[in-house]
Design a protein around this ligand. Structure first.
Ligand code: EPU
Length: 345
């Protein structure tokens, strides 16, 4: 384990924010993770866990030990006629694991192809796309519990999965995810209900084709972070009461909406931002993408302050036009490496 000082994180966060960590270490085993945590304690540094960097807002200077998780491995733990249980290291690339699962005829994750980031981040915000959420296929999350100072396993129920939510958001600095066990299906049960996915998949209703169509749809709408640095959807889709939805739909009958099991209604943040005039609009170095208004792009060397100026302007515009509050998705860190709540407008 080698701790580096004054380490530049720009290439390690997909928004490409210029951010220097006072201390940085890569870990490739759970033993090294324990060593790194002991180092932070001895040096009185907070710990910032870095995964794929695709959902983070980093300040210019961070005084903390950044622990970059490089834990690898894909191991079949068990299987029967119906299911396979696969344990995957937190540092495995998410999209490559989805491709691997499809190539092995393991079904379930195809709708989640091409989501950036690593496997260890998938439970944190319960990544989801095209009618599927990762939490539906997670059996266990293997963690180091920093409060109890021991390795332990959390069942899916203990993870409190909900839309873009989990226990890892409720207790943000407590757990370090080291691996995830997925329970995947041996028989295909394709989920085609979202938007025009069924039409895109057409006659060839195989997992390979579903995966291929999801990749094509994402590539047509979402910017490649290498070309346009971004953090995926920048805001969550707001979930509002039925009464608020009914009032809004009187004024805006085309508002895309998805009724929730508890009676509330999820509405499309991208549509709200688009209608508020922010699709393809920039404020200095930062703007909302022209093909999908929900994606914030760093067009030229933006700082966290620039990002905040733009997203607060977007929040204010949507609040003023629709009376709806947009909550950012990416995790905001302070200069001591701690996770901060977003300030509401
Ligand atoms: N829309 C507009 N204008 C826009 C963007 C969207 O009118 O600029 C409308 C669309 O026409 C559609 C609705 O809004 O009627 C929803 O758009 P879309 O299907 O593109 O999905 P989304 O709700 O914007 C969510 C996830 C994405 C995920 C897609 C597909 C959230 C916050 N975002 O986006 O997740 O890929 O559905 O399932 O739930 C991510 O989290 O980083 C992410 C990309």
């Amino acid at each position: 384990m080698q701790v580096k000082q004054h380490f530049q994180l720009q290439a390690l966060n997909t928004l490409n924010l210029n951010s220097t960590a006072s201390h940085y270490v890569q870990i490739t085993s759970t033993g090294e993770l324990e060593e790194a945590l002991a180092y932070a304690k001895a040096e009185q540094l907070n710990v910032l866990i870095l995964s794929g960097g695709s959902n983070m807002l980093l300040p210019q200077q961070i005084r903390a030990l950044v622990i970059h998780i490089h834990l690898q491995g894909i191991d079949v733990l068990d299987e029967n006629d119906q299911h396979v249980w696969v344990k995957v290291g937190a540092g495995q690339n998410w999209h490559e694991f989805v491709l691997y699962s499809t190539a092995h005829d393991w079904f379930g994750l195809q709708n989640l192809a091409l989501i950036p980031g690593l496997v260890g981040a998938s439970p944190v915000q319960n990544i989801g796309a095209y009618g599927v959420e990762a939490g539906e296929f997670i059996e266990q999350v293997h963690v180091y519990d920093r409060e109890l100072e021991q390795f332990t396993n959390l069942s899916a129920a203990e993870c409190h999965f909900a839309y873009r939510h989990s226990i890892f958001k409720e207790q943000p600095n407590r757990y370090v995810i080291v691996a995830v066990t997925f329970k995947l299906c041996k028989h295909p049960n394709l989920k085609l209900a979202y938007g025009d996915l069924r039409q895109a998949v057409g006659e060839d209703q195989t997992a390979e084709n579903l995966q291929k169509q999801v990749i094509a749809i994402r590539q047509s709408k979402l910017p490649d972070p290498k070309e346009f640095p971004n953090a995926g959807s920048f805001f969550q889709n707001p979930v509002i009461s039925i009464a608020q939805y009914q009032a809004l739909s009187q004024l805006y009958p085309n508002l895309p909406h998805y009724p929730q099991p508890n009676g509330e209604v999820k509405i499309a943040a991208g549509w709200l931002i688009d209608q508020a005039g922010w699709k393809g609009k920039r404020l200095g170095a930062v703007g909302m993408f022209a093909r999908q208004a929900l994606v914030l792009v760093n067009y030229e060397a933006a700082s966290l302050d620039d990002v905040q100026l733009t997203y607060r302007a977007v929040q204010a515009a949507v609040q003023q036009k629709f009376g709806v509050t947009l909550t950012p998705e990416p995790v905001l860190f302070n200069e001591l490496g701690l996770i901060q709540p977003h300030v509401s407008v």
